[in-house]
Every structure is written in structure tokens, then in C-alpha cells.
Design a protein around this ligand. Structure first.
Ligand SMILES: Nc1nc2c(c(=O)[nH]1)N[C@H]1C(S)=C(S)[C@@H](COP(=O)(O)OP(=O)(O)OC[C@H]3O[C@@H](n4cnc5c(=O)[nH]c(N)nc54)[C@H](O)[C@@H]3O)O[C@H]1N2
Ligand SMILES: Nc1nc2c(c(=O)[nH]1)N[C@H]1C(S)=C(S)[C@@H](COP(=O)(O)OP(=O)(O)OC[C@H]3O[C@@H](n4cnc5c(=O)[nH]c(N)nc54)[C@H](O)[C@@H]3O)O[C@H]1N2
Ligand code: SF4
Ligand SMILES: [Mo]
Length: 896
């Protein structure tokens, strides 16, 4: 398939969100509108998309895009400059600081959202030509513990299995994964396996989630104790004769020491259960199922990786699969679910500071090999600083030049407020971005480089099952935006490395990367795509999704690793690991008695630079909230809908309170998505501690000791407007995209004058219709520009009014006279329906319709689906529908 911008034929590409790596078909209409659908030919999703994927079309507007290079003047104002002067300035700064302070005073901070080719070029420049390994990536916050665990156990960073295993397994154990929200299409494959083949699903997570709602067994584990649970499992497997002695003898080392250590941690089911805060019966059931089910897959994600003992958690899981020989065969194996679309590609090019390109490390042989391949004048000779340490060095001033690409560290790193201050002190601070404003740019970035975004750029990504998929361009480059690889190569040329950085196109970068993977490899390294190193430009354009390794051109079949050993250690044997003592690095204390857990919501992606543009996605949760168990809420005198301050030793946020029985007592959950762009008091990254795993350097982002206390709500309200509205200082606010503009919810502890805001929003010649009830503290206004509704303001004492019906009117091209009349009542007039908050985002089905279907007799989720289609596409709203059915009002049967 060819990718011509503006082509009417669908272009096959890959979704830019999660590591499932779904194939997407994008068609551009004559009016420039883009239609998105799932690619039926892609093996990851076979035509399905989740709600984030299917609403990609809503995120493509150029609003808020960075379209030209900019340099911050002495006054602090950003000014547009030419590409030539921006690139000269970037190169000059890196050259000057490397000359005066040595290359280690410079750093790149990259992202799993770059394409493999972008990533390859950035790594080559730093590690081979500038001569420092201070290149790290947000994958350090994401996958580093899996990488370290794989390398320790297998000798290489290898994910042994395939997605097919999830269809074929009889037991799926999810550890620290909310796949129903975070890997929805893959989750639907697992649920289909359960429904059609009877596979069992176990979820291990301290809180109940949408994923655990479908589980056969839910283990609400004490945070940080997963290592103990899997140590206990290893002991159980040994004691019940479930070991694969032949596999252990032929293909592994270190079993006895690992088992001995496991016996100290989890000597019996009862002791294991106690240490993990679980019921003995539940642990027994998990162990029994694992013991008796050969086809078992253990999937793990951030509840495992983002821990100060993340590498040990991974090793404890790998130990159980190695001990039973359940690895690399159909329907079994350990499975690390990757987060970002190209988390795997970043690992392949050596995006981490402790890796070299093509899955090589920093041994002298490997350094020399890469040096020769690149013809590198100045190879980094040792590992660079990992993310948390890198930003510490920026804080101390030892790193003076930083280039951030495709990530938002001012929001996503631990101690995010300190990170913001540290970056403001850099001598030379460059950001390559899609957006004009985010927390990182607003931390004093000096040079902004406009990068091509999804749909505009070309290259490859690798998903969780090692499948390489082409991302193809279907939109023209807007403004002066350029692909990231091109930007880095232009800077490299200016630094004097023209010969090594003069690729004519992205296919040439890919070929070089592929050639390095097979250079002096001969089966000694897992990552080898040498078979793709000779692709012509046309063949690269047409490249079908393919799973690595591709050692020879013909070798494009799917494959698994390690069924018959063949590990990438010097002796070819896997290593069992005797893990250290599990447990949180910092336990709660009297001042900070709660464990603050952080993670993801169903309909948002990270710092919302993309999903924040889609009204469909904004409707699921319009403001940041803290989730707390009812018992803890009562103890802290918190009611649902209140505001609370959550604080740690590092920072504070103020959030709406949501009471949720699924939270473990003693813990709080806050989503990661809100930044200073979207909320006044919601930067949860500022609260997170910087404790890291000793092996992987990954920070413990899911367990910071925290306190919570109620704060006065003040006057509440909302504004729907066509563009952003500035609110008086001291007002708490959060913003979400709505059809036709922006919705802002606010609460003003010191009160707020709605009439002043209305006057501010009234266009010249516009009209304001008001409804005021001073006694009840109510102020409502609708602002019109001729017949067009341009803003709505509602202010009320005593809780936030709902905007769902009004939003529908705001998005409409024209208001009906009935709607115009009813607007300030805030409720649908008789005969016009209020959809309520969106439950099923795929088919835009609101709460009202689902409640009606249930009242009319739909008694399970499938029945609701048959009536409304709700829950029948991506399935991520099924748990919410289930909850509505379970809690429906029971009406007394009518007497005959
Ligand atoms: N909707 C959506 N999907 C996404 C993303 C997104 O932003 N939004 N981001 C993508 C990215 S980059 C990533 S990395 C993935 C992350 O995907 P997941 O890892 O599934 O998501 P999280 O919500 O970060 O965390 C998973 C769970 O770990 C649990 N947990 C916390 N502490 C522990 C513990 O000690 N033990 C165990 N067993 N569990 C624990 C949390 O309660 C949480 O439910 O999602 C990807 N998909
Ligand atoms: N407390 C807490 N913190 C966390 C986590 C957690 O669970 N809890 N999770 C961690 C994890 S797993 C992750 S992956 C990180 C994610 O955190 P970040 O990487 O900081 O978040 P994003 O919002 O994805 O930032 C991506 C940025 O790159 C820009 N961008 C997108 N595409 C491109 C492109 O092609 N080129 C360029 N140049 N720019 C682009 C976007 O506009 C956006 O500003 O957060 C981590 N931080
Ligand atoms: S599951 Fe959803 S977010 Fe993830 S790749 Fe597929 S469509 Fe994109
Ligand atoms: Mo991630």
C-alpha cells in the first residue's frame, strides 16, 4: 500500500497509543477529514480498535500545534525563527557545552513515542559521535524493570511469546496490569478466550479495576509484595512435583539458590498469604490453578515494573515459568505488556542509557563492534545516567545541555515540581514537540523544534509481541514541522558529522538499523532483523507487519523463543534469580499514613496532548480525582464530591473525592493525566517519590507515602466556551474538550462573580441572557453572538452542576427555539433527551440510555449490548455497565 498524503485510498498504519500496536486504516476525504477504522489484516487487532484508537480522527486538528521553530528571547517570549537558525543554535549549544565541560555535561531524554528510526538517529549521535551515553528515555519509567529482569534471566531483553498465546492459554495471570483500560484490544482477546475456551483469568492488583471485574480470581495484594507471592509459588511448584526437571537441568543455572531464597520468603501458602495481605484460600487457589495448568501465561505491567523492587518482581515471575519449562510454547510463558507504541523499538535501538544499539550492552567487545559499524569517532565507553539520576544531575548543574524529544518530563517524572525547577536552570534546553505548550516547554525551554506528528510521519514501531509495523503518512506536513529523525540528522551535520548522518529518506535509516542488528551476530543476539536490511524503498513502503527476529529475508514467519533453551547468556542457559527482600522502599508513617498509587484512566493517554482534544474521550472523566476507600473517607471526614488535598514529602494536589470500595483501605489512587495545561491543582507527578529499583533504575511510582485532608469547596460551576478562559487567581479549575470548544469546571474558595466572566466572554455586539438567584447563590448565563451560542456559565453553591445536556446544545450548529429557552434551566425540556455522562464511548451511549435499557429488562451486559450496541466494540465499558446492572433500583413487583 502506498502512502500519499491526501490519498483517497485508506493508508495502513499503526495506532500511536498503546503497545498492543493495532493496525489502523486512515482515509482522507476530499474535505481533508480523516476516517479511522481497524485494519482487519493486522494480526494484533484483526480489525478491532478501542475507543482511543477509534477516536484518533478527533485529535488531528492543528489547534495548539507547534508549527514553526521558535527561540525564547531574553524577555522570555518565544519568537519564530527559521529552521536554519534554530538548528544552528541547537548545534552551537551542544558543541559549546561538550567542549567546555565534556560530553557528559550534555544529555538527550527520549521517548517510546518516537519511531524506531528517530530513536536510532538520536542514539547514534549521542553514543557514537558526541561521546556520552547520557541518553535515556521515558521507557525508564515504563519498561526498565522488565528489560533488566529479562537480561538477568535470559541474557537478553527478549519477550519470548506471541499474542496467539493469549488466545491459546488456559490460565491468564495478570500482575499489576489494568489491561481492560490500558491494553483494551488485547484484553478483548483474553476475554474471548475465557468465553469461548473457558480460560481462567486471575488479576493481582491492590485495587479492584475494570480488569478484575472480569476475573475468576482477584488477589488484592499488599503493594510491593509480588516477589513474595511468586517466591511462594516457586516453593509450591517444587513441593508438589510440578518442576520440569529436564528443562531445569538442560537449560538453566541457579535453581537451587533461587529455591532456597524463595523458601525464606514464602515457605508455605499461609506464610505467603500473610506477607502479601491475602486470604490463604485465594493464594491456594492461584497456586493450584498454576500448578495444574500447563498452558499458563503470566502478564505483567506497571504494578510490577514501577517498583523499587521491580526487577525482582519480574525475576520471581520468570523463575516460575523457567522452573516449569512453560516458556516459548503455544499458550504459555511470561509476557511483559509494553506501554507505549514503540517501547520495544526504543529498546531495540538502545534508547536506554545502559544499553547500546541493537540489544548490545557496554562490554568492550560490544562497544568496539558498534564503533566499527558506525565508524564512530567518539564512542561512549560506559553507561550513562538513568532518568532519575539524569535529572538529579541537571538539578546539580553537572548536566547543562538537554534535548527532550516526545515526552513531558515536567509532568511524568517523580518529584515533577523539582524537575521543572531543575530544567529552568539549564544552559541549553531544547524541546522537539508537537504542541506549542506543555509543562516541559513551560519550564523554560529555549529552543522549540516542531516535530511531525502521527499521520504526518513515516517509519516503524514494534509492539509487545515483537511485531514491527509501518507507521505511514496520510497527512501533509503542517507548517514547518519535520520528522524527528531529520531534525537530529540536521543537527549532527552541523556538529561536523555529515558523512554518518546523511540519509536521503527514512527507509535508509531503517536499513542501517537492520544491518547493525545482524552485524557480527550469527545467532549470538536475539534482536536480528538482518533479513530486512536490503529492502528497497518500495519494499519498505509495502512492508507487512512482521515479528522479529528476521534473520534471513525469507524468515518472516511468527516465532517464539526458548522452548528448547538457547538463551543469550555465554553458556546458553537461563539464570534463576535469588531475589532480595520484597516490600516497599518507604512505608507510610504517622505524617503520611496512606500509600499513593498512580496510574491510568480508560479514555486518556498520558499528559493528554492528544486525547485532550477529543470530546468523546473527555466525557468519561472531566476532572482529576482521588479515589479512596469508604472507611478511609469516613475517617478523614470526606464525602463523595468533596475536595481534598493530597500531599507527600514532595508536593501537593487538590482533587475531587471519589469514594470507591475497590480501593484497598490505606491506599489512594490518583490518575496521571492532568498537568498544568488541563488543571490548576492536578500535577500528581509532583507528589511521587524518586526511590528507584537498584537494578533497573525505574522509580517506584505506585507507592509514595501520602496524607489526605478535606478542603473547603467554595462556589462551584462550569463554563463552556469556544476557547480557553482565564479565571481569577485562587480558583481551582480543570479543562476538557467538548463538542465545539472547551469545558472548564471550577471551584472558587473565595467566591466568583459570574457576571464579570460573562462580560469578559461577550463578543462585541453579542447578547447575554442571564438567570440570577442571589439567595441561592445561583448565576447562569448564555452568551450569544447573533444566533450562535458562544459560551455558557453556570455558578452554584453546593456542588457542581452537570453540563451533559448543555454540551450537546453547545456542539449543535444551531439551537432549536425549545432548547434555547430551556438552556438556563440546565435540564433537557420534555421531549428532548439528556444523554447523561458517556458510558460507551465507541457508540456514544450515555448513562440515561443504559439505565433505561436496564429498567426495560436488560439483565446482563450482553443484553444491554443487544439493545444499544453499548459495550460491543472495545468492551472497556463492560465493567461499568455490569456495575449499573448490579446496583439498579429494585422495584417491587406489581400486584396482580
Ligand atoms: N487508557 C490508557 N491506556 C494506556 C496508557 C494510557 O495513558 N491510557 N498508557 C500506556 C502505557 S505507556 C503504559 S506503561 C501502560 C500501563 O498499563 P498498566 O500497567 O496496566 O496501567 P497502570 O494503571 O499504570 O497500572 C496497573 C496497575 O498496577 C497496580 N499496582 C500498583 N501497585 C501494585 C503492586 O505493588 N502490585 C501489583 N500487582 N499491582 C500494583 C495499580 O493499582 C494499577 O491498577 O498503559 C498503556 N495504555
Ligand atoms: N506517577 C506516575 N508517573 C508516571 C507513570 C505512572 O504510572 N505514574 N507512568 C510512566 C510511564 S509508564 C510513561 S510511558 C510516562 C509517559 O509520560 P510522558 O512521555 O511524559 O507523557 P506523554 O503525554 O505521552 O508525552 C509525550 C509528549 O510527546 C509529544 N509527542 C507525541 N508524539 C511526538 C512525536 O512524534 N515527536 C515529538 N517530538 N513529540 C511527540 C506529545 O505532544 C507530548 O507532549 O509517564 C510515566 N510517569
Ligand atoms: S488497544 Fe487501543 S490504544 Fe492500544 S493500539 Fe489498539 S487501538 Fe490503539
Ligand atoms: Mo509507559
Amino acid at each position: 500500500m502506498t502512502a500519499h498524503a491526501g490519498s483517497p485510498r485508506p493508508v495502513a498504519t499503526a495506532c500511536p497509543y498503546c503497545g498492543v500496536g493495532c493496525g489502523v486504516l486512515a482515509s482522507t476525504g476530499p474535505d481533508g477529514g480523516v476516517t479511522i477504522s481497524g485494519d482487519p489484516a493486522h494480526p494484533a487487532n484483526r480489525g478491532r480498535l478501542c475507543v482511543k484508537g477509534s477516536t484518533l480522527g478527533e485529535t488531528l486538528s492543528l489547534d495548539g500545534r507547534l508549527l514553526h521553530p521558535m527561540i525564547r528571547a531574553g524577555s522570555g517570549v518565544l519568537q519564530r525563527v527559521s529552521w536554519a537558525s534554530a538548528l544552528d543554535a541547537v548545534a552551537e549549544g551542544f558543541a559549546r557545552i561538550a567542549r567546555n565541560h565534556g560530553p557528559d555535561a550534555t544529555a538527550f531524554y527520549l521517548s517510546g513515542q518516537l519511531l524506531t528510526e528517530d530513536y536510532y538517529v538520536a542514539n547514534k549521535l549521542m553514543k557514537g559521535f558526541l561521546g556520552t551515553a547520557n541518553v535515556d528515555t521515558n521507557s525508564r519509567l515504563c519498561m526498565a524493570s522488565s528489560v533488566a529482569g529479562h537480561r538477568r534471566g535470559f541474557g537478553s531483553d527478549t519477550v519470548p511469546g506471541s499474542y496467539d498465546d493469549l488466545d491459546q492459554a488456559d490460565l491468564l495471570v495478570l500482575v499489576g496490569s489494568n489491561a481492560a483500560w490500558c491494553h483494551p484490544v488485547l484484553w478483548q482477546r483474553m476475554v474471548a478466550n475465557k468465553q469461548s475456551r473457558g480460560a481462567r483469568i486471575v488479576v493481582i492488583d491492590p485495587r479492584r479495576t475494570a480488569t478484575s471485574a472480569e476475573a475468576d480470581l482477584m488477589l488484592a495484594i499488599r503493594p510491593g509484595t509480588d516477589g513474595t507471592l511468586f517466591a511462594g509459588l516457586l516453593v509450591h511448584l517444587a513441593e508438589t512435583g510440578t518442576l520440569d526437571q529436564a528443562y531445569i537441568a538442560a537449560h538453566t543455572e541457579g535453581f537451587d539458590q533461587a529455591l532456597e531464597r524463595a523458601r525464606e520468603l514464602g515457605p508455605s501458602i499461609e506464610a505467603t498469604a500473610r506477607a502479601c495481605g491475602l486470604a490463604g484460600g485465594d493464594v491456594r487457589r492461584l497456586f493450584h490453578w498454576f500448578r495444574t495448568t500447563e498452558r499458563s501465561v503470566t502478564l505483567y505491567s506497571q504494578g510490577v515494573n514501577q517498583s523499587a523492587q521491580g526487577t525482582d518482581k519480574v525475576s520471581a515471575i520468570l523463575n516460575c515459568h523457567l522452573a516449569t519449562g512453560r516458556i516459548g510454547r503455544a499458550g504459555m510463558g511470561p509476557f511483559s505488556l509494553t506501554g507505549q507504541p514503540n517501547a520495544m523499538g526504543g529498546r531495540e535501538v538502545g534508547g536506554l542509557a545502559n544499553m547500546l544499539a541493537a540489544h548490545m550492552g557496554f562490554s568492550s567487545v560490544e562497544i568496539d563492534r558498534v564503533r566499527r559499524f558506525w565508524g564512530a569517532p567518539r564512542m561512549a565507553e560506559r553507561e550513562g545516567l538513568k532518568a532519575v539520576a539524569m535529572f538529579d544531575a541537571i538539578e546539580k548543574g553537572t548536566i547543562k545541555a538537554l534535548w527532550v524529544m516526545a515526552t513531558n518530563p515536567a509532568a511524568s517524572l517523580p518529584r515533577a515540581d523539582a524537575v521543572r525547577r531543575a530544567m529552568a536552570g539549564l544552559d541549553h534546553f531544547v524541546v522537539s514537540e508537537n504542541v506549542l505548550s506543555n509543562d516541559t516547554i513551560n519550564s523554560g525551554a529555549r529552543i522549540l523544534l516542531p516535530a511531525a506528528a502521527w499521520g504526518e510521519k513515516d517509519g516503524t514501531v514494534t509492539n509487545s509481541e515483537r511485531r514491527i509495523t509501518r507507521q505511514r503518512r496520510f497527512l501533509p506536513l503542517p507548517g514547518e514541522a519535520r520528522p524527528d529523525w531529520w531534525i537530529v540528522a540536521e543537527v549532527a551535520k552541523r556538529l561536523g558529522f555529515a558523512e554518518a548522518f546523511s540519509w536521503p529518506d527514512v527507509a535508509s535509516v531503517f536499513r542501517e538499523h537492520a544491518a547493525l542488528s545482524s552485524f557480527e551476530n550469527q545467532g549470538s543476539r536475539d534482536f536480528d532483523i538482518g533479513g530486512l536490511s536490503q529492502l528497497s524503498a518500495t519494499e519498505f513502503e509495502a512492508l507487512e507487519p512482521v515479528q522479529w527476529p528476521v534473520r534471513r529475508r525469507s524468515d518472516t514467519a511468527d516465532k517464539r523463543f526458548f522452548a528448547n533453551g538457547g538463551f543469550f547468556t555465554p553458556d546458553g542457559k537461563a539464570r534463576f534469580i535469588a531475589i532480595e527482600a520484597p516490600g516497599l522502599r518507604t512505608e507510610p508513617d504517622a505524617a503520611h499514613p496512606y500509600v499513593l498509587n498512580t496510574g491510568r484512566m480508560r479514555d486518556h493517554w498520558h499528559t493528554m496532548t492528544r486525547t485532550g482534544k477529543a470530546p468523546t474521550l473527555g466525557r468519561h472523566a472531566i476532572e482529576p480525582a482521588v479515589e479512596i476507600h469508604p472507611r478511609d473517607a469516613a475517617a478523614a471526614s470526606l464525602a463523595a464530591g468533596d475536595f481534598a488535598e493530597v500531599s507527600t514529602a514532595h508536593g501537593r494536589v487538590t482533587l475531587r473525592v471519589v469514594i470507591d470500595e475497590g480501593q484497598a483501605p490505606g491506599s489512594l489512587f490518583v490518575p496521571i493525566h492532568w498537568t498544568a495545561e488541563t488543571a490548576s491543582h492536578g500535577r500528581v507527578g509532583a507528589l511521587v517519590q524518586p526511590a528507584t529499583d537498584p537494578f533497573s533504575g525505574q522509580p517506584e511510582m505506585k507507592a509514595t507515602p501520602a496524607a489526605i485532608s478535606r478542603v473547603a469547596p467554595g462556589i462551584e460551576g462550569f463554563i463552556l466556551s469556544r476557547s480557553a478562559v482565564a479565571l481569577p487567581a485562587g480558583t481551582r479549575w480543570a479543562r476538557a474538550a467538548v463538542a465545539g470548544g472547551l469545558g472548564t469546571v471550577f471551584s472558587a474558595p473565595g467566591g466568583i462573580d459570574g457576571a464579570v466572566i460573562a462580560a469578559h466572554l461577550k463578543p462585541p455586539g453579542g447578547a447575554v441572557s442571564e438567570m440570577v438567584d442571589l439567595g441561592r447563590g445561583v448565576y447562569r448565563a448564555a452568551i450569544f453572538d447573533g444566533a450562535r451560542l458562544v459560551a455558557v456559565i453556570f455558578v452554584a453553591a453546593g456542588g457542581r452542576p452537570s453540563w451533559s445536556w448543555i454540551e450537546a446544545q453547545f456542539g449543535a450548529a444551531e439551537l432549536s427555539p425549545l432548547a434555547r429557552k430551556a438552556l438556563l434551566s440546565g435540564r433537557a425540556p420534555d421531549g428532548m433527551a439528556d444523554a447523561g455522562p458517556t458510558i460507551c464511548a465507541c457508540f456514544a451511549i450515555g448513562l440515561t440510555a443504559i439505565k433505561a435499557a436496564i429498567a426495560e429488562g436488560a439483565c446482563d451486559v450482553d443484553a444491554v449490548g443487544r439493545a444499544l450496541k453499548a459495550g460491543t466494540n472495545c468492551g472497556s465499558c463492560r465493567p461499568e455497565i455490569k456495575k449499573l446492572i448490579e446496583t439498579r433500583p429494585v422495584t417491587a413487583p406489581a400486584l396482580a
